[in-house]
Design a protein around this ligand. Structure first.
Ligand code: ZN
Length: 431
């Protein structure tokens, strides 16, 4: 039962560097051999896999971006023969096309190990019961939480997102001890538990949350309402397997990330040069073991800082601060990544509409809300506005998988700008 399973490796800085150097060399060779995209990219940059001998050679490699994941759609970066691919997952792309990432049998197993480390770091045992309240399906969230839970040996309660009544029933009847959710879902559940006075019936001790921006206030609020001893911020993205790429420890001084699975560089998004130690920079990821869709200097657009020194918890894995924001215009809404370009792509399919739009985000009662404002053409009569709003709302739901309130405005209503138009008004609380 107890913490015998040891998933988190104990490595000295030298050992970690050696693993990273071997993994870097392997990844570059593997990608060059297996992927026409990477071969072309490296050839263009004038780098041959044989040139990569040391960790310091990393900066000779070209960057990969979210746009590159569209170039080879639907199976971008694929570096193994298709018969070795056992699964795909997807997340939102920069426009209408999704980012699709492929997994081999070994990739799935490595991901399970990474996520099992997260449960270990969060202090769970095999007697814990983990209620998984995040999305299943194309998204990585549900699959990651479940895979890691089973590999770790705790009990998975795969409920999925929403469904407040079932969540509360499982929490009380099954005696859930750990919640896996977004921060806003934890808050929503916490408020419902208070409303229905269920706190004394709960056995919840810990929660693992991630996938969206949260504030300290939100976190304090749900920890209190649910009676938690600890909550843990988990990191990850579909490009690097999914959630489970790193997590906080009980010292809560940053996120430990698995440096033996990927190299994390922080760069200035304008100059593309490494930032000084302790400075805010964009996370750039190079995978060390990924087979199906390896990453070479992938620009995540997430901004953070590295934390120097050894963590009081004793774990030797390196740390970064929680994600501070984005260096592009992607927004995270109820755990779903959205690019404004996706909304533009939906509007383009409606000839009655102009191209101007605005996305407004707010938060009330623990939940994020989205309003999309768009202009009808002068030729489109105002009497059609309600039907149009409904149709566009349905398309957004189908294409982007989120619910938005759509408002149709008269042409010329939205502010115009000669500079870059501000498409997103984010009024959700921040700290
Ligand atoms: Zn620690």
């Amino acid at each position: 039962m107890i913490r015998s399973a040891r998933f988190i490796p104990d490595m000295s800085a030298d050992e970690l560097a050696a693993v990273q150097q071997d993994g870097l060399k392997w990844t570059v060779h593997h990608a060059y051999q297996g992927s026409p995209f990477y071969r072309r990219r490296l050839d263009e940059a004038g780098v041959h896999p044989g040139d990569i001998k040391h960790l310091s050679d990393l900066t000779r490699l070209p960057f990969t971006t979210a746009y590159d994941l569209q170039a080879e759609y639907p199976l971008p970066l694929l570096s193994v023969p298709e018969e070795q691919v056992v699964r795909i997952h997807g997340s939102s792309g920069t426009t209408g096309k999704r980012k699709i990432l492929s997994y081999t049998q070994k990739d799935i197993s490595d991901w399970a190990d990474m996520f099992a480390r997260c449960y270990e770091m969060a202090g769970l045992t095999t007697l814990d019961r983990v209620q998984i309240c995040v999305g299943y399906g194309l998204w990585t969230a549900g699959a990651g939480f479940q895979l890691g839970c089973e590999r770790f040996g705790a009990m998975a309660l795969p409920v999925g997102p929403g469904m407040l009544d079932i969540q509360l029933q499982m929490l009380t009847d099954l005696g859930t001890t750990c919640l896996g959710s977004t921060a806003s879902m934890a808050l929503l559940l916490g408020e419902e538990v208070e409303k229905q006075n269920l706190r004394s019936k709960l056995k919840l001790k810990r929660s693992i949350f991630g996938a969206e921006a949260h504030t300290r206030k939100m976190r304090q609020r749900f920890e209190e309402a649910l009676g938690l001893e600890h909550s843990f911020d988990i990191s990850g993205m579909t490009e690097i397997y999914g959630p489970g790429a790193g997590i906080e420890c009980e010292a809560h001084q940053g996120i430990h990330y698995w440096g033996d699975m990927y190299i994390l560089e922080l760069i200035d998004p304008d100059t593309l040069l490494p930032v000084a130690p302790g400075e805010l920079g964009e996370m750039v990821i190079t995978s060390l073991k990924k087979e199906a869709s390896p990453l070479i200097r992938y620009r995540t657009r997430d901004m953070t800082r590295l934390i120097p020194g050894v963590c009081p918890c004793g774990c030797s894995m390196p740390r970064h601060e929680r994600i501070q924001g984005r260096s592009d215009d992607m927004i995270i809404f109820r755990g779903v990544n959205i690019y404004p370009g996706q909304v533009a792509a939906v509007l383009e399919k409606h000839p009655q509409m102009l191209s101007e739009y605005q996305i407004s985000l707010s938060r009330s009662e623990g939940l994020d809300h989205m309003v999309v404002r768009a202009e009808r053409r002068a030729e489109t009569p105002e009497t059609e506005a309600d039907a149009l709003a409904k149709a566009i709302g349905v398309d957004i739901k189908h294409q982007i998988l989120v619910t938005a309130k759509v408002e149709i405005l008269a042409p010329g209503s939205l502010p115009r700008s000669f500079a870059k138009t501000k498409r997103v008004l984010d009024e959700r609380e921040k700290d």
